[in-house]
Write a protein that binds this ligand. Structure first.
Ligand code: URA
Ligand code: SF4
Length: 327
């Protein structure tokens, strides 16, 4: 592709961007930057072509761009997997096989869990402080005031070792919510969810279906980092869950995507394994929940990326249907 063509496409994308404030405007923005990056010699021609396709057929163009990126990512993962195959013990493969069978048997079944609301009654059910006579009522908080309460929270021992609380990231107007487990080291330092290595992969996964981080809402089950990233314990989850419940109540997402086992099990109040929960549609009150791998698991097991991509495509599809239904 000639330099002048690239520049032309980048500037058309820019015009498209300034003419619209929408999801597609955001996508045009990112493609424009990629196209301009290529002008600086860093990114492959395909991005520019995807940008040009986007201009022709907006939605189709961006899906193609994401799909292309994800497909090449998966091919690389497959190659890495094939290369390491001989050295790997077979445990994972055999357990994957049996999990898949189990998953097939459970296909179509879903788990519906009704959470209590964030009213005082819930506090008295779950929270010792209520038993002691303190009230813990979040029903008057909006997202900003809720974040302030979290920043001062000492409801479980994790407050002692935290650098910062991690409340959320993304748009307060988003209707698609991602819930992870708990802050890691980088998140604890920055006070933002999913900013470390797993977070960078999450950004790529979102990008693969044309979602920008700032058009979704991202948070965690726990708002403080457990020491050495150990799994959250029951006491911590119970202490912290009213914050997430209020976040969900305020945001009213059309869909929640649970990232990993800990998020899924705690949101859905189940002990079912991730492989059982994946692929089905579950409910948190009346909000649909889809379960996928935690990005950190994908970093450890790149061969799972293919299934994760199926999940995120389903997220995008349901989200699009819901949003279209509301307009
Ligand atoms: N892992 C999570 O579950 N959440 C984060 O915010 C970062 C890593
Ligand atoms: Fe409070 Fe949650 Fe942090 Fe525990 S993890 S101190 S409940 S904000």
């Amino acid at each position: 592709m000639r330099e002048s063509e690239r520049k032309d496409i980048a500037s058309q994308l820019k015009r498209y961007l300034s003419s619209r404030r929408s999801v597609w405007g955001d996508i045009a923005f990112r493609l424009q930057h990629r196209a301009e990056d290529r002008v600086d010699g860093t990114i492959a021609d395909e991005n520019v072509q995807a940008g040009s396709k986007f201009l022709e057929t907006k939605a189709e163009g961006v899906k193609a761009a994401g799909k292309e990126a994800m497909e090449s990512e998966m091919k690389a993962a497959d190659r890495a997997q094939a290369a390491s195959h001989d050295e790997q013990p077979n445990i994972e493969r055999s357990s994957m096989g049996s999990n898949e069978d189990y998953e097939k048997r459970l296909q179509g079944k879903s788990i519906r869990y009704r959470t209590p609301s964030t009213s005082f009654e819930q506090a008295s059910l779950f929270d010792d402080s209520a038993a002691r006579g303190d009230t813990f009522d979040l029903s008057g908080e909006d997202l900003d005031s809720l974040a302030k309460r979290v920043a001062e929270c000492r409801r479980c021992p994790l407050w002692e070792e935290r650098t910062r609380t991690v409340f959320s990231n993304g748009s307060k107007r988003a209707r698609l919510m991602f819930v992870g487990e708990a802050p890691g080291r980088e998140e604890d330092l920055q006070g933002l969810p999913f900013v470390g290595r797993a977070g960078k992969l999450l950004t790529k996964i979102l990008d693969s279906v044309g979602l920008a981080r700032d058009e979704v809402y991202i948070t965690n089950i726990l708002k403080c980092r457990p020491p050495n990233n150990r799994d959250p314990n029951e006491e911590e989850v119970r202490a912290c869950e009213p914050y997430l419940a209020r976040q969900i109540e305020l945001l009213k997402p059309v869909l929640i995507c649970a990232l990993g086992r800990v998020a899924a099990q705690n949101l859905l109040k189940t002990n079912a394994s991730l492989s059982v929960l994946r692929g089905g549609i579950h409910y948190y009150n009346d909000t649909r929940v889809i379960v996928t791998y935690h990005p950190a698991a994908l970093l450890r097991n790149p061969h799972l990326k293919r299934s994760a991509w199926e999940d995120i495509k389903l997220v995008r599809k349901i989200y699009d249907e819901e949003i279209a239904g509301e307009e």
